[in-house]
Design a protein around this ligand. Structure first.
Ligand SMILES: *[C@@H]1O[C@H](CO)[C@@H](O)[C@H](O)[C@H]1NC(C)=O
Ligand SMILES: *[C@@H]1O[C@H](CO)[C@@H](O)[C@H](O)[C@H]1NC(C)=O
Ligand SMILES: *[C@@H]1O[C@H](CO)[C@@H](O)[C@H](O)[C@H]1NC(C)=O
Length: 361
């Protein structure tokens, strides 16, 4: 009893955010950006010219394109980007929050459920960037605590040099010609892949999965690894459905989105940490990510309402076989996700091999 006040002081002094409920401070109103992007640039340069972002992903160089584009547009800035799987990044952000040593400015992750939790802990900046109200309404938190910055989608992908016709629906993966020729990410290693298996098996039943196992697929870690293996001419694998190459696939890859089967799309979320050491740098990055200039250069569905789908594709809102808002609820139900994960662990074993960030595929 006597020690309680001392602990409270310690919690406050070290910035432990869960020591009280910040919501009842009723101070959730956002800062509303009213500068031009070049004025924000000036402020970011004056602040030190750097922004540290932790980005979800499974290959170290995956955000080189963003770094190059950002630094080309803002030559006095450095984008200090670290890619790791979201499920590891988030725990390391929690540790920074718990120890009061926040050094990440911006978090762009697939673990959508972390964002409401962090916001409840008072960890996120409420900030409305310039293009905020052009976002699809369901992709934005009303006080700007987080928002989607890009739509990620798992497509069916095959190597056209290896097969004349790729699979178009999930049922096609059970055809005899794909025996020993499929490469898939462990569903029990990546929750967005787990969601794909959940959608498919709710639709096609357990029998579909038995048929898939009979095809003897090669299971790998990381959603980018199947694509790396598909590219290689010396591998036997020809197709996957647990990866993304955007909507304009590089040769010799072909892609398809099922029209009958339910496929995975989600808006990757971004937030600025309230105690970010470079808030102006983070604001600059987020304003850039939501700019028409950046959004229209990306080979995927835009998170902005006014930017049409890339040539040859329907707008996301018109596609019946996916719901980009479904993933959030899937991620938020950790008990259900855990049950699913252990179910697949029983059937295909624990993920084998190094982290996809550390292997050479
Ligand atoms: C611009 O935003 C700042 C910070 O939110 C605010 O203090 C200021 O009043 C705003 N200026 C205008 C002209 O709205
Ligand atoms: C760049 O990011 C890394 C990893 O987050 C961090 O350790 C490092 O301090 C950052 N560099 C600077 C100059 O802020
Ligand atoms: C297959 O080719 C890749 C280059 O495309 C090479 O890195 C790899 O070592 C080769 N693997 C085998 C088993 O020969």
């Amino acid at each position: 009893m006597v020690r309680l006040p001392a602990l409270c002081y310690m919690a406050i002094a070290t910035g432990i955010v869960s020591a009280y409920d910040p919501n009842l401070g009723f101070k959730g109103g956002p800062q509303i950006e009213n500068r031009t992007i070049d004025e924000i640039y000036e402020a970011a340069v004056a602040e030190g010219g750097i922004v540290t972002v932790w980005h979800g992903g499974d290959e170290p160089g995956q955000q080189e394109g963003l770094k190059q584009a950002f630094e080309a547009r803002f030559p006095k800035m450095t984008l200090n980007v670290t890619v790791d799987v979201s499920k590891y990044h988030d725990g390391n952000i929690d540790r920074q929050l718990a120890t009061g040593g926040v050094y990440v400015d911006s978090a762009i992750l697939q673990t959508l459920h972390d964002y409401p939790r962090w916001d409840n802990e008072g960890a996120l900046l409420h900030y409305i960037p310039l293009n905020f109200y052009n976002l699809q309404p369901s992709f934005r938190e009303i006080r700007g605590a987080w928002y989607g910055i890009t739509v990620v989608s798992w497509s069916i992908i095959w190597n056209k040099d290896k097969i004349a016709e790729g699979p178009k629906e999930f049922e096609d993966f059970l055809k005899p010609e794909f025996k020993d020729k499929l490469v898939l990410t462990y569903p029990n290693d990546d929750d967005a892949v787990l969601y794909a298996f959940d959608l498919i098996m709710q639709q096609y039943g357990y029998e579909w999965f038995e048929g898939l196992l009979a095809q003897n697929p090669r299971w790998v870690r990381g959603s980018a690894t199947p694509v790396s293996l598909l590219y290689q001419s010396n591998t036997t694998v020809v197709a996957t459905f647990t990866s993304s190459v955007g909507l304009a696939p590089p040769e010799p890859l072909g892609i398809a989105f099922p029209t009958k089967g339910h496929f995975v799309t989600w808006p990757q979320r971004a937030a600025i940490l309230k105690d970010a050491p470079h808030p102006e740098g983070a604001k600059l990055l987020h304003n850039y990510l939501l700019s028409e200039e950046y959004q229209s250069s990306q080979p995927t569905w835009s998170v902005l309402k006014d930017i049409p789908a890339p040539a040859g594709y329907d707008d996301l809102a018109n596609i019946q076989s996916t719901n980009p808002n479904g993933f959030e609820g899937f991620m938020a139900d950790r008990e259900r996700a855990e049950r699913l994960r252990l179910f697949f662990e029983d059937k295909i074993g624990t993920p084998q091999g190094l982290s996809p960030l550390k292997d050479d595929l």
